[in-house]
Design a protein around this ligand. Structure first.
Ligand SMILES: [Zn+2]
Length: 116
C-alpha cells in the first residue's frame, strides 16, 4: 500500500511525510499562499493560494457539510421526504460553492504561485 502523505522531494529526492511538516504561509495583502518546505533541502512546495472571499467560502462550505450531516442524522420515517429535499438542495449549494472555490484557487495559483 502506498502512503499518500509521503512524497519525494523533486530536488533532493528525500522522502517527505506531509503529515509531519508544518504548513507555512506567506501573505500578500489578503492573498494567502500556503506551502511547505522539504526538511532536508528547504525546497518550497506550493499547497494552496486563497483570497479572503475564498477563505470565507471554504468556511461556508464546511458549515454546509456539517448541516448535511445533521440533516442525515435526523432522518426518520416521518420526515424522510422533507429531509431528502433539504439534503438535495444543500448538496447543490455545496457543489456550486466548491466549483467557485476551485475556479478561484486555480486562478490565484496561476497568478501568485510564482511569488513563493
Ligand atoms: Zn528536498
Amino acid at each position: 500500500m502506498t502512503n499518500r502523505n509521503i512524497i519525494q522531494c523533486e530536488k533532493c529526492k528525500a522522502e517527505v511525510n506531509l503529515k509531519k511538516l508544518p504548513i507555512e504561509a506567506k501573505h500578500i495583502g489578503e492573498i494567502r499562499i500556503q506551502f511547505f518546505r522539504c526538511p532536508r533541502c528547504h525546497e518550497k512546495y506550493l499547497i494552496d493560494v486563497t483570497d479572503k472571499a475564498t477563505r470565507e467560502k471554504q468556511i461556508e462550505y464546511a458549515k454546509l457539510g456539517n448541516y448535511q450531516k445533521q440533516l442525515i442524522g435526523s432522518i426518520n420515517k416521518d420526515n424522510l421526504e422533507a429531509i431528502e429535499k433539504l439534503t438535495l438542495r444543500n448538496n447543490d449549494k455545496m457543489e456550486a460553492l466548491l466549483k467557485e472555490i476551485k475556479a478561484t484557487k486555480a486562478e490565484l495559483k496561476e497568478k501568485y504561485g510564482c511569488e513563493l
